[in-house]
Design a protein around this ligand. Structure first.
Ligand SMILES: [Zn+2]
Length: 236
Protein backbone atom coordinates (compact mmCIF):
# COMPACT_ATOMS: atom_id res chain seq x y z
CA UNK A 1 0.00 0.00 0.00
CA UNK A 2 1.02 3.54 -0.70
CA UNK A 3 2.77 4.78 2.44
CA UNK A 4 1.04 8.17 2.40
CA UNK A 5 -2.36 6.52 2.00
CA UNK A 6 -1.61 4.12 4.83
CA UNK A 7 -0.67 7.05 7.09
CA UNK A 8 -3.75 9.01 6.07
CA UNK A 9 -5.98 6.07 6.97
CA UNK A 10 -4.22 5.86 10.32
CA UNK A 11 -4.55 9.61 10.88
CA UNK A 12 -8.24 9.45 10.08
CA UNK A 13 -8.74 6.66 12.62
CA UNK A 14 -6.94 8.64 15.29
CA UNK A 15 -8.80 11.85 14.45
CA UNK A 16 -12.17 10.11 14.73
CA UNK A 17 -11.10 8.78 18.11
CA UNK A 18 -10.06 12.30 19.17
CA UNK A 19 -13.40 13.76 18.02
CA UNK A 20 -15.22 11.02 19.87
CA UNK A 21 -13.28 11.62 23.08
CA UNK A 22 -13.72 15.40 22.79
CA UNK A 23 -17.48 14.85 22.54
CA UNK A 24 -17.53 12.48 25.48
CA UNK A 25 -15.60 14.94 27.63
CA UNK A 26 -17.82 17.79 26.45
CA UNK A 27 -20.97 15.94 27.49
CA UNK A 28 -19.87 15.41 31.07
CA UNK A 29 -20.80 18.85 32.51
CA UNK A 30 -24.37 18.62 31.24
CA UNK A 31 -24.60 15.02 32.44
CA UNK A 32 -23.50 16.20 35.87
CA UNK A 33 -26.02 19.03 35.83
CA UNK A 34 -28.80 16.60 34.94
CA UNK A 35 -27.73 14.25 37.72
CA UNK A 36 -27.88 17.17 40.15
CA UNK A 37 -31.46 18.19 39.28
CA UNK A 38 -33.22 16.12 41.96
CA UNK A 39 -30.76 17.51 44.47
CA UNK A 40 -31.74 21.07 43.57
CA UNK A 41 -35.38 20.24 44.22
CA UNK A 42 -34.66 18.60 47.51
CA UNK A 43 -32.41 21.51 48.49
CA UNK A 44 -35.23 23.91 47.67
CA UNK A 45 -37.74 21.97 49.80
CA UNK A 46 -35.24 21.88 52.65
CA UNK A 47 -34.64 25.63 52.32
CA UNK A 48 -38.35 26.44 52.14
CA UNK A 49 -38.97 24.41 55.29
CA UNK A 50 -36.30 26.40 57.11
CA UNK A 51 -37.83 29.68 55.96
CA UNK A 52 -41.28 28.56 57.09
CA UNK A 53 -39.96 27.76 60.54
CA UNK A 54 -38.24 31.15 60.76
CA UNK A 55 -41.40 32.95 59.79
CA UNK A 56 -43.37 31.03 62.43
CA UNK A 57 -40.75 31.94 65.06
CA UNK A 58 -41.16 35.58 64.11
CA UNK A 59 -44.94 35.32 64.38
CA UNK A 60 -44.59 33.73 67.80
CA UNK A 61 -42.29 36.50 69.03
CA UNK A 62 -44.78 39.13 67.85
CA UNK A 63 -47.66 37.40 69.64
CA UNK A 64 -45.59 37.09 72.80
CA UNK A 65 -44.87 40.81 72.70
CA UNK A 66 -48.58 41.48 72.26
CA UNK A 67 -49.27 39.19 75.18
CA UNK A 68 -46.81 41.09 77.38
CA UNK A 69 -48.50 44.38 76.46
CA UNK A 70 -51.93 43.05 77.23
CA UNK A 71 -50.81 41.57 80.55
CA UNK A 72 -49.49 45.01 81.46
CA UNK A 73 -52.83 46.52 80.49
CA UNK A 74 -54.70 44.01 82.73
CA UNK A 75 -52.33 44.73 85.58
CA UNK A 76 -52.92 48.51 85.27
CA UNK A 77 -56.69 48.07 85.06
CA UNK A 78 -56.69 45.89 88.15
CA UNK A 79 -54.58 48.44 90.02
CA UNK A 80 -57.29 51.03 89.35
CA UNK A 81 -59.89 49.12 91.41
CA UNK A 82 -58.55 50.76 94.57
CA UNK A 83 -59.44 54.21 93.19
CA UNK A 84 -63.04 53.25 92.32
CA UNK A 85 -65.71 55.23 94.15
CA UNK A 86 -69.07 54.07 92.80
CA UNK A 87 -70.58 50.73 91.99
CA UNK A 88 -71.27 51.87 88.46
CA UNK A 89 -67.63 52.71 87.87
CA UNK A 90 -66.66 49.36 89.39
CA UNK A 91 -68.98 47.47 87.02
CA UNK A 92 -67.59 49.38 84.04
CA UNK A 93 -64.03 48.56 85.05
CA UNK A 94 -64.88 44.88 85.53
CA UNK A 95 -66.41 44.78 82.03
CA UNK A 96 -63.26 46.37 80.60
CA UNK A 97 -61.00 43.92 82.44
CA UNK A 98 -63.11 41.04 81.21
CA UNK A 99 -62.87 42.23 77.62
CA UNK A 100 -59.09 42.68 77.77
CA UNK A 101 -58.66 39.28 79.40
CA UNK A 102 -60.70 37.75 76.63
CA UNK A 103 -58.33 39.30 74.13
CA UNK A 104 -55.43 37.91 76.17
CA UNK A 105 -56.95 34.43 75.96
CA UNK A 106 -57.23 34.80 72.20
CA UNK A 107 -53.54 35.66 71.87
CA UNK A 108 -52.60 32.71 74.08
CA UNK A 109 -54.57 30.43 71.79
CA UNK A 110 -52.79 31.89 68.79
CA UNK A 111 -49.41 31.22 70.38
CA UNK A 112 -50.39 27.62 71.09
CA UNK A 113 -51.50 27.21 67.50
CA UNK A 114 -48.20 28.67 66.20
CA UNK A 115 -46.23 26.34 68.47
CA UNK A 116 -48.10 23.39 67.08
CA UNK A 117 -47.35 24.54 63.55
CA UNK A 118 -43.70 25.01 64.51
CA UNK A 119 -43.55 21.46 65.81
CA UNK A 120 -44.93 20.15 62.52
CA UNK A 121 -42.63 22.34 60.45
CA UNK A 122 -39.65 21.25 62.49
CA UNK A 123 -40.43 17.57 62.01
CA UNK A 124 -40.99 18.08 58.32
CA UNK A 125 -37.75 20.06 58.15
CA UNK A 126 -35.82 17.20 59.72
CA UNK A 127 -37.27 14.78 57.19
CA UNK A 128 -36.39 17.14 54.33
CA UNK A 129 -32.88 17.52 55.68
CA UNK A 130 -32.40 13.76 55.90
CA UNK A 131 -33.74 13.33 52.37
CA UNK A 132 -31.46 16.10 51.09
CA UNK A 133 -28.40 14.57 52.76
CA UNK A 134 -29.13 11.10 51.40
CA UNK A 135 -29.72 12.53 47.94
CA UNK A 136 -26.52 14.55 48.09
CA UNK A 137 -24.49 11.53 49.09
CA UNK A 138 -25.92 9.57 46.17
CA UNK A 139 -25.23 12.40 43.71
CA UNK A 140 -21.73 12.99 45.04
CA UNK A 141 -20.97 9.36 44.20
CA UNK A 142 -22.36 9.79 40.68
CA UNK A 143 -20.34 12.97 40.23
CA UNK A 144 -17.25 11.17 41.42
CA UNK A 145 -17.85 8.51 38.78
CA UNK A 146 -18.15 11.19 36.11
CA UNK A 147 -14.91 12.76 37.32
CA UNK A 148 -13.14 9.40 37.10
CA UNK A 149 -14.58 8.87 33.64
CA UNK A 150 -13.45 12.33 32.57
CA UNK A 151 -9.90 11.73 33.80
CA UNK A 152 -9.75 8.44 31.87
CA UNK A 153 -11.05 10.14 28.70
CA UNK A 154 -8.52 12.94 29.08
CA UNK A 155 -5.68 10.48 29.48
CA UNK A 156 -6.83 8.60 26.40
CA UNK A 157 -7.19 11.87 24.52
CA UNK A 158 -3.69 12.97 25.35
CA UNK A 159 -2.40 9.57 24.21
CA UNK A 160 -4.19 9.90 20.85
CA UNK A 161 -3.07 13.49 20.42
CA UNK A 162 0.58 12.56 20.76
CA UNK A 163 0.01 9.64 18.43
CA UNK A 164 -1.56 12.05 15.98
CA UNK A 165 1.44 14.39 16.05
CA UNK A 166 3.68 11.50 15.04
CA UNK A 167 1.45 10.37 12.19
CA UNK A 168 0.80 13.89 10.89
CA UNK A 169 4.55 14.43 10.52
CA UNK A 170 4.79 11.55 8.08
CA UNK A 171 2.30 13.07 5.64
CA UNK A 172 3.35 15.48 2.89
CA UNK A 173 2.44 19.07 3.65
CA UNK A 174 0.16 19.58 0.66
CA UNK A 175 -1.68 16.32 1.24
CA UNK A 176 -2.00 17.07 4.93
CA UNK A 177 -3.53 20.48 4.20
CA UNK A 178 -5.96 18.88 1.81
CA UNK A 179 -6.86 16.34 4.46
CA UNK A 180 -7.52 19.12 6.99
CA UNK A 181 -9.75 20.94 4.48
CA UNK A 182 -11.75 17.76 3.91
CA UNK A 183 -12.02 17.20 7.67
CA UNK A 184 -13.57 20.66 7.91
CA UNK A 185 -15.94 20.17 4.99
CA UNK A 186 -17.07 16.68 5.94
CA UNK A 187 -17.23 17.10 9.71
CA UNK A 188 -14.32 14.88 10.58
CA UNK A 189 -14.50 12.35 7.74
CA UNK A 190 -11.83 12.95 5.10
CA UNK A 191 -10.68 9.42 4.31
CA UNK A 192 -13.21 6.76 3.51
CA UNK A 193 -13.53 3.25 2.22
CA UNK A 194 -14.62 2.43 -1.31
CA UNK A 195 -16.86 -0.54 -0.79
CA UNK A 196 -18.44 -2.32 -3.73
CA UNK A 197 -17.76 0.63 -6.04
CA UNK A 198 -19.55 2.95 -3.64
CA UNK A 199 -17.94 5.80 -1.71
CA UNK A 200 -18.84 5.18 1.95
CA UNK A 201 -18.69 8.91 2.57
CA UNK A 202 -21.33 10.12 0.14
CA UNK A 203 -22.86 6.81 -1.05
CA UNK A 204 -22.29 7.67 -4.69
CA UNK A 205 -21.02 5.23 -7.29
CA UNK A 206 -17.36 5.27 -8.18
CA UNK A 207 -16.64 5.06 -11.93
CA UNK A 208 -15.45 1.48 -12.73
CA UNK A 209 -12.11 2.59 -14.16
CA UNK A 210 -11.34 4.63 -11.06
CA UNK A 211 -12.39 1.74 -8.86
CA UNK A 212 -9.98 -0.60 -10.65
CA UNK A 213 -7.17 1.89 -10.05
CA UNK A 214 -7.91 2.70 -6.45
CA UNK A 215 -8.29 -0.97 -5.55
CA UNK A 216 -4.53 -1.23 -5.87
CA UNK A 217 -4.14 1.32 -3.04
CA UNK A 218 -0.98 2.53 -4.76
CA UNK A 219 -1.93 6.16 -5.14
CA UNK A 220 -4.15 8.84 -3.66
CA UNK A 221 -7.58 8.91 -5.29
CA UNK A 222 -10.55 11.13 -4.56
CA UNK A 223 -14.25 10.49 -4.79
CA UNK A 224 -15.45 12.47 -7.84
CA UNK A 225 -18.54 13.52 -5.90
CA UNK A 226 -17.42 14.47 -2.40
CA UNK A 227 -13.63 14.72 -2.91
CA UNK A 228 -12.94 12.43 0.05
CA UNK A 229 -9.76 10.39 -0.15
CA UNK A 230 -10.63 6.80 -1.01
CA UNK A 231 -9.02 3.50 -0.12
CA UNK A 232 -9.89 -0.09 -0.73
CA UNK A 233 -10.01 -2.55 2.14
CA UNK A 234 -9.00 -6.01 1.11
CA UNK A 235 -11.24 -8.45 2.89
CA UNK A 236 -8.70 -11.29 2.76
ZN1 LIG B 1 -17.86 10.39 -2.00
Amino acid sequence: MNEQLKNLIELQKVDLKIIDLDNLIGEIPSKMATAELPLNESRKAFQEGKEKLESLEKKKRNSERELDEIAEKVRKLKARTAEIKTNKEYQALLTEIESVEKEQGGIEDTILFIMEEMENASQQGKAEEARFKAEKEKIDTIKQQFETEKTAFEQELSHFKSLRTGIAQTIDKELYEEYIDLIGIHRGHAVTEALGEICQGCNMNIPPQLFVELKKNEDIFHCPQCRRILYYKNSQ
